[in-house]
Every structure is written in structure tokens, then in C-alpha cells.
Design a protein around this ligand. Structure first.
Ligand code: CIR
Length: 258
């Protein structure tokens, strides 16, 4: 069954890492309400949501996507690029070990899950400020026995690969070409985000529904006009923390609930 791991909002989220954004106060009750609506949206799309408790001293821990990479056969626990976030992996790995064989990265590798865009048995991995060449080659080595191909993609002016592009189904990738070297994405139909919404390339595909932040109406209209099923969701408080819609869950299949 489709399963989503999420984590409750940390009361310390206002101390989150910021790389490209200026600090803006995050309204915690509003963030909590938005996160509940996000989890409800995942449930309505058929996912069983496993909502882990907040990590009081880990401001960014709600962004679970960055703290593990999960494919059908195995999960990889990375060394995250930001030192403040590294303790997030431990409890997540414990939960994932119920469902998957776990592999662990070794220094000097660093990698954030937000840099990993999986399309079938191909994983495109952003060479970003958070993910280094050792991280990419250790992920490649961990997944090679299961027949996954790992390709690195250069990114610029954004935090993670999936800040700049996301797979939206139907062989199509929503992209901001100013952020992602698209030469590695040959063979896919590229859908450019409107120039007025450069941050809109982070979208979450669940089954055949593309979840897009409600802050990006032109992108929603563009996808809608192309026949995609789009669900808009308000994640304004998480955007202040440089998060989007993919980063707040890890989605995978579980054959039978243990
Ligand atoms: C960070 O800088 O790590 C967090 N403030 C935001 C992480 C967002 N993650 C993601 O989009 N995958």
C-alpha cells in the first residue's frame, strides 16, 4: 500500500537553515494547520500516513524527504549536507528499518534527499551545496545491486535539484532551466515554469495527481491546461523555511502492512 512518512512541525522551526531566502517569521500554529492539511491531502490520495512526533531541537526535521532515500528494495540513510540536520536521520532510519533493508553512507559523502528525483529505475541526483560527488557515488553503489541507474545533474541558484525540477508524470518534468542543467534530462518533455513563478518547479506526484503550492496560480493553470490533475495546497509557512511540497513526506510502497 502507498505509505507516506511525515513528521510533525518542530516548535523550533524558526531556527531553520536558510540559504537563499531572507529570514521571515514562521507562524507556528499556521504551519501546524498547513501540515495537517498536507497529511490529509496525502490520505485522500490513498496514502497511509505515518506521522512521526516532532523533534523539538531539530528545526528542519519536518522536511523528512532530505533525511532518507527510499526505493522499492532498500533505503539509504545519508549524511546530510547541513551539519545542523544530521541528527534527523537516526529516528527516521529506525522507522524505515521496519519496511526496508537499510544502507548507510560514510564520510566524506554528503547527500540530501531533496536532491534525488526518481523516475522509475533512474535517479537523477543534484550536485548541489548539500550533495557532494562522494554522496552521489555512494548512492550509486548502494542502488546498483537493485538495478537502479544514478545520474548526477548540475544545479545552481537553488537549494536542491527538486527545487528546480520535479517529475509530474506522463514522461514530463516541470522545470526552471535557470536552476537545472537540463542536458541530463533528454528524452523527457520539459514544462517550463512561468517566468513570474521561478520557485514553482517543486511539485509532488501522487498516483496521477500533481500537488502544487497554491502560491503558484500560473503554474497550476499551465498544468491544468495541459490536462494534468492538479491539487493546490497552501504551504506558505514552509516556503519561508525554503521548503515546498515534496520535502514534507517520504512516499513509498509497502506490500503488506507489518
Ligand atoms: C534546509 O535548508 O535544509 C531547510 N530549511 C529546507 C529543506 C527543504 N527541503 C527540500 O525541499 N527537500
Amino acid at each position: 500500500m502507498l505509505t507516506a512518512i511525515t513528521r510533525q512541525v518542530s516548535p523550533s522551526i524558526n531556527r531553520c537553515e536558510l540559504t537563499f531566502h531572507a529570514k521571515e517569521p514562521i507562524d507556528i500554529p499556521r504551519a501546524i494547520a498547513q501540515h495537517e492539511a498536507y497529511e490529509e491531502c496525502l490520505s485522500q490520495l490513498g496514502a497511509r500516513v505515518i506521522s512521526l512526533p516532532a523533534e523539538a531541537d531539530l528545526p528542519d526535521a519536518v522536511f523528512v524527504e532530505d533525511a532518507a532515500i527510499v526505493v522499492d528494495e532498500v533505503a539509504v540513510s545519508p549524511i546530510m549536507g547541513a551539519a545542523s540536520r544530521r541528527p534527523e536521520t537516526e529516528s527516521l532510519a529506525r522507522t524505515l528499518s521496519i519496511y526496508r533493508l537499510l544502507k548507510y553512507m560514510q564520510a566524506p559523502a554528503t547527500l540530501d534527499g531533496g536532491d534525488v528525483m526518481r523516475i522509475g529505475r533512474r535517479l537523477f541526483v543534484g550536485a548541489s551545496k548539500r550533495t557532494n560527488a562522494d554522496g552521489i557515488s555512494q548512492l550509486r553503489a548502494a542502488l546498483a545491486p537493485f538495478d537502479y541507474e544514478v545520474k548526477s545533474v548540475n544545479v545552481k541558484q537553488c537549494l536542491h535539484l527538486k527545487s528546480g525540477c520535479s517529475y509530474v508524470g506522463r514522461n514530463s518534468i516541470l522545470v526552471n532551466r535557470g536552476m537545472v542543467d537540463v542536458t541530463r534530462l533528454a528524452g523527457f518533455e520539459l514544462i517550463d515554469v512561468p517566468a513570474s513563478e521561478p520557485g514553482a518547479a517543486n511539485a509532488l506526484l501522487i498516483e496521477d495527481v500533481v500537488i502544487v503550492p497554491s502560491a503558484f496560480p500560473q503554474t497550476i493553470a499551465l498544468l491544468d491546461a495541459r490536462g494534468f490533475k492538479v491539487k493546490a495546497i497552501d504551504v506558505s509557512e514552509f516556503q519561508k523555511a525554503e521548503g515546498g511540497v515534496t520535502c514534507k513526506s517520504i512516499i513509498f510502497n509497502v506490500d503488506a502492512a507489518p
